[in-house]
Design a protein around this ligand. Structure first.
Ligand code: FES
Length: 128
């Protein structure tokens, strides 16, 4: 009997990486909200590129569940603050009110980004 030499994703997965689902679950321009060891994370797909960021919006600390993505900008569904999914930096309103609103500065902090690896279509996120 022939032995199957294919390697499953779980066998190749580094210990610090966590599976959050498959690419097919997140159409381009959409996100998936999930928790890894209790930590809220949002997974974003822009044009087939997958990104992982903190899942809580710094503005009012609401979850980014249901956020959408356009041109690398993640749009918070609550008040439409936008974050660059490549860097986590706030885009809007920071780009509109750069330094005129000292109070706003505390609300436009960046989202932390996380390293993503793909094994086949499985999405793995490194929280370290
Ligand atoms: S909670 Fe995200 S924009 Fe207000």
């Amino acid at each position: 009997m022939d032995r199957d030499h294919r390697t499953s994703a779980s066998e190749e997965r580094p210990a610090s990486f966590h599976s959050v689902g498959r690419i097919e679950e997140i159409p381009p321009g959409r996100t998936k909200f999930c928790r890894i060891e209790g930590k809220p994370i949002v997974i974003a797909n822009w044009a087939g590129q997958i990104f992982a960021l903190d899942g809580i919006c710094p503005h009012r600390l609401n979850p980014l569940e249901g956020a959408t993505v356009c041109e690398y900008l993640l749009d918070c569904p609550w008040h439409h603050f936008q974050y660059d999914i490549r860097t986590g930096e706030n885009h809007y309103p920071k780009n509109v009110y750069p330094k005129d609103y000292p109070a706003l500065q505390e609300q436009v902090g960046p989202l932390r980004t996380y390293r993503v690896e793909l094994i086949g279509s499985e999405i793995l996120v490194d929280l370290t």
